[in-house]
Design a protein around this ligand. Structure first.
Ligand SMILES: NC(=O)c1ccc[n+]([C@@H]2O[C@H](COP(=O)([O-])OP(=O)(O)OC[C@H]3O[C@@H](n4cnc5c(N)ncnc54)[C@H](OP(=O)(O)O)[C@@H]3O)[C@@H](O)[C@H]2O)c1
Length: 312
């Protein structure tokens, strides 16, 4: 656990370049940066339109259209910045190739710090080959470690928001919490909003270490069962679906049977992620939640309580 570290002193004079600014996480990071007094330069693709552009402008960010295929254009966009933050999402062409161009640009523009688009479980503790998307992050971070720039990765477990439907763990219809392995395995959850808030604070903090680990709540399957029951007022039961090995085999089988696609999060990827979490290997420790004491961490129960009443 790191000591509290107020980043506010640096924020008023800091310029942060934000890539992936139009994304779900990116817009939230932009808002939190602006709230902390930073100058936000939001990089967007050439010709980009859509509601996120208005959200960014409303947040006070300066929107800069840039050709992400050009290191020269990206370098121009990075000049004078104190930190480059990436919230890009994608496969190899984005996580390795586009981020590499962004990194080269940050180095060429002499930006002192870089935060890659990690925001996940602790892939440094996972075997290579156990998670396609996290392997791409590992590969990019190996390049980042070779670059003459200070790097900080933010690891936050699973976005708690996914528990309201996308992650097939809490089944609101049959009122079951599905799990593999042990119902007592501690798992890390952080909301997208808290992750953005922490990322903004870290971007404005010049003394961050290589990795920062946070969890809005560390919860076992039994804790999820309690949270779901309390949030809905209905009793949830546990449903054991097999050993952790069974889930690993299931994700491999699903991957083999599904046609290859450019989908960043196909069902088997979610299964790989859950499998990783249930092994306990990527459990985040020690946690750096206290580094920015002003952040209020949202619990699983609070997130589940936001589901519309008909769905609870
Ligand atoms: N821990 C978890 O449970 C969890 C869950 C979800 C996401 N995440 C992570 O959070 C990060 C952000 O994800 P998100 O959900 O905010 O993603 P998102 O909403 O899909 O946004 C992706 C962003 O990347 C930009 N982008 C994609 N391809 C690009 C390219 N080739 N060139 C330039 N920009 C490109 C998009 O721009 P356009 O708007 O122009 O397309 C958008 O701004 C990712 O690292 C993701 O893996 C973690």
């Amino acid at each position: 656990m790191t000591e509290p570290n107020a980043s506010a002193a640096h924020s008023e004079t800091s310029t942060i370049v934000l890539a992936g600014a139009t994304g779900d996480l990116g817009v939230r990071i932009a808002r939190h940066l602006a709230q902390r007094g930073a100058t936000v330069r939001a990089l967007v693709r050439l010709g980009k339109t859509g509601p996120a552009m208005a959200d960014l402008r409303e947040a006070g960010a300066t929107v800069v259209e840039v050709d992400f295929n050009s290191v020269t254009a990206l370098t121009r966009a990075c000049v004078g910045a104190d930190c480059v933050v990436s919230a890009l999402s994608g496969l190899r062409d984005v996580i390795v190739d586009t981020q590499k161009r962004l990194l080269d640009a940050a180095v060429a523009a002499e930006v002192p710090r870089f935060i890659p688009s990690d925001y996940c479980i602790d892939y440094t503790k996972l075997p290579v080959g156990s998670n396609r998307n996290l392997d791409l992050r590992r590969e990019f971070n190996q390049r980042l470690d070779q670059a003459p720039i200070q790097a900080t990765s933010i690891l936050n477990g699973m976005f708690t928001d996914l528990l309201t439907g996308q992650a097939p763990v809490i089944l609101f219809g049959p009122k079951r919490v599905v799990y593999w392995g042990s119902a007592d395995q501690p798992l890390d959850f952080t909301t997208t909003e808290n992750t953005a808030e922490f990322a903004a604070a870290a971007a404005l903090d010049p003394s961050t270490p290589r990795y920062l680990r946070v969890a809005g709540e560390v919860a076992s399957i039994r804790d999820l069962q309690r949270a779901a029951s309390a949030a809905t007022g209905q009793p949830f039961k546990l449903l054991w679906a097999g050993s952790v090995g069974v889930l690993g085999a299931l994700s491999k089988l699903t991957k083999a049977l599904m046609p290859a696609s450019d989908d960043v999060f196909p069902p088997w990827q979610g299964m790989q992620y859950l499998h990783n979490m249930f092994t306990g290997l990527p459990k985040l420790a020690p946690l750096d939640n206290a580094r920015y004491p002003e952040i209020r961490w949202t619990s699983v129960r609070e997130v589940l309580a936001t589901r519309p009443p008909a769905e609870k």
